[in-house]
Every structure is written in structure tokens, then in C-alpha cells.
Design a protein around this ligand. Structure first.
Ligand code: GLN
Length: 274
């Protein structure tokens, strides 16, 4: 009787597929082997080392436990670039690409840009790469996040000035910008989805209250730090559009509008200092 080997690429993927799906199994195994995903198909009879098999088994069980794939592979794609991530930063989401697209539409030439609560730095770095001549400043209260964000800026060749502090803390009284962006924690503390996001930093997801407190804080001082014609753009929850738009109008912002993400949900509200 021929023994069926369990340590070939084909067998490992087949075994993991009912547990975590073929797609994620492929991502994890390719990462462990440090090869592109195509390699798995072309070499599916290759026998892997015990070390690689044990690592794969471990990753599969952590994934079953709910650990997001990007925290296992240490990276996530955002707007066409790979960003390093670890559990001290929120995993970049496709929803946030809408914030980038809208900022690119309204950004003038050589804009001064401020990103508040930058996390992995995906917004700041992407805008620095996509806006010719941009000068980008990014803040975060978490030193661990800033370390990741700085590494992402360096490895992607983006020039970003990082500052450690909460919301407006590090912004000078006289400083003003063409574009202020933020993806702040906006999930209500009693939101039923929060437990499913237990592996991500809670301080990046929820304000511990009604979900609007950081959005209020950002909006309250934005006018004072926007240049004339400058724009504030924030990401928010699917049901927060009308409230955020009202905060914007109350703060004196003009041309206020809310934009949907590709899932069809309200996701970004923007307004201009007239
Ligand atoms: N969009 C994220 C989620 O719902 C939340 C991000 C945030 O709070 N800024 O999973």
C-alpha cells in the first residue's frame, strides 16, 4: 500500500481548505515558503520540511481561532501597495480607499496634508505617493503604531512627517493644511460587530462611547487649521453619515457631502472651508 503523504503542498492545501478556505490557505502557505502564490500550483507535489508543516498547522489553527490573515502574514494590500501590519495597528480596509479617491479629487497641486490617527500609515503614505509635491504630516497617539507607519513610509519611499500625540495635540496654533483626513475610531462601544474584531487594537476601532466623540473632536477644530478652500475628509460608520454631515455644517464647513463605499454604505463625509 502506498502511503499518502501529508506534507506535500497539494495535501496541505486540501486538508486546510474545509477549515479556512482554499484562498486563505494558499496565502498562508505561500507566505511561509516566501514564494508567490503561483508557486503552489506549479510545485504542488513538493514535500515541505517538518518546520514548514508545523508552522502551517499553527497558522491554520490561529486563523480558525479568528486571527486575521494579515496579522499572520504581517502585511496587507491597500491602494495597490503592501503595508506592514501588526496587532498594534488596524488592518487597512478597502472601504478606506474611498477616502483616498476623494482626497485625490479635491487636493490642489503640492498640497499640505494632515492625517490624524494614522495607524499603519496607509492613508498618509498613499497620499504622499499619489499627490505630486505633497507635504504630509501624520499623527498617532500610539508609539507602536508610529513605528510601523514610519517603516511603511521608509520601505515605500514616501516622505511623511510623523508626530506622536492625540488628535490636535501636536498641531501648532498657526498651522494650516489643504487637506485634513482621518479614519478615527468610530464604532459604538455596544456595537455587535466589535467582539468579532477582538484581534485589532480596540483604541483604533471604538471611542468607548457613542462612536462620534473622535469625529466631534476632529471636526470641532478643523476650520481653524484648514487653509481657505481646504477640505476635511473623515471616514465613519455606515449609519453615521447624517450626524457627521451635521457636525460639519455646524462647524462652518461648506459643500458638505457624504460618499458611499463600494459596498454601497455611507463611508466618507467631506466639507470645505469656503
Ligand atoms: N471600518 C472598520 C470596521 O468596521 C472600523 C474602522 C474604524 O473604526 N476606524 O471594521
Amino acid at each position: 500500500m502506498t502511503e499518502v503523504k501529508r506534507n506535500t503542498i497539494r495535501a496541505l492545501i486540501a486538508e486546510a481548505t474545509p477549515k479556512i478556505g482554499r484562498f486563505e490557505a494558499g496565502i498562508l502557505l505561500a507566505h511561509i515558503l516566501d514564494k508567490p502564490k503561483e508557486y503552489l500550483i506549479a510545485h504542488d507535489e513538493e514535500e515541505l520540511s517538518d518546520q514548514a508543516v508545523m508552522t502551517f498547522d499553527l497558522y491554520v489553527s490561529m486563523r480558525i481561532d479568528g486571527m486575521p490573515v494579515p496579522y499572520l502574514t504581517g502585511r496587507q494590500e491597500f491602494f495597490g501597495r503592501y503595508f506592514e501590519v501588526d496587532s498594534s495597528v488596524l488592518i487597512p480596509r478597502p472601504d478606506t480607499e474611498v477616502l483616498i479617491e476623494q482626497a485625490l479629487i479635491v487636493a490642489p497641486d503640492r498640497p499640505l496634508i494632515l492625517d490624524m490617527g494614522t495607524g499603519s500609515g496607509c492613508i498618509a503614505v498613499t497620499l504622499a505617493k499619489e499627490c505630486p509635491g505633497a507635504r504630509v504630516t501624520a499623527t498617532d497617539v500610539s508609539p507602536e503604531a508610529l513605528e510601523i507607519a514610519s517603516r511603511n513610509a521608509a520601505s515605500l519611499g514616501a516622505e511623511v512627517e510623523f508626530r506622536q500625540g492625540s488628535w490636535w495635540e501636536t498641531v501648532g496654533e498657526q498651522e494650516s493644511f489643504d487637506i485634513i483626513v482621518s479614519n478615527p475610531p468610530y464604532i459604538r462601544s455596544d456595537d455587535e460587530h466589535l467582539p468579532a474584531l477582538q484581534y485589532e487594537p480596540q483604541s483604533a476601532l471604538t471611542d468607548g462611547g457613542d462612536g462620534l466623540s473622535c469625529l466631534r473632536e476632529i471636526t470641532a477644530h478643523a476650520m481653524a487649521h484648514l487653509r481657505q478652500g481646504g477640505w476635511l475628509l473623515v471616514e465613519h460608520g455606515w449609519d453615521q453619515g447624517p450626524e457627521v454631515a451635521e457636525l460639519f455644517r455646524a462647524a462652518g464647513l461648506a459643500a458638505v457631502r457624504t460618499v458611499r463605499d463600494y459596498g454601497g454604505n455611507d463611508r466618507v463625509t467631506m466639507g470645505r472651508r469656503a
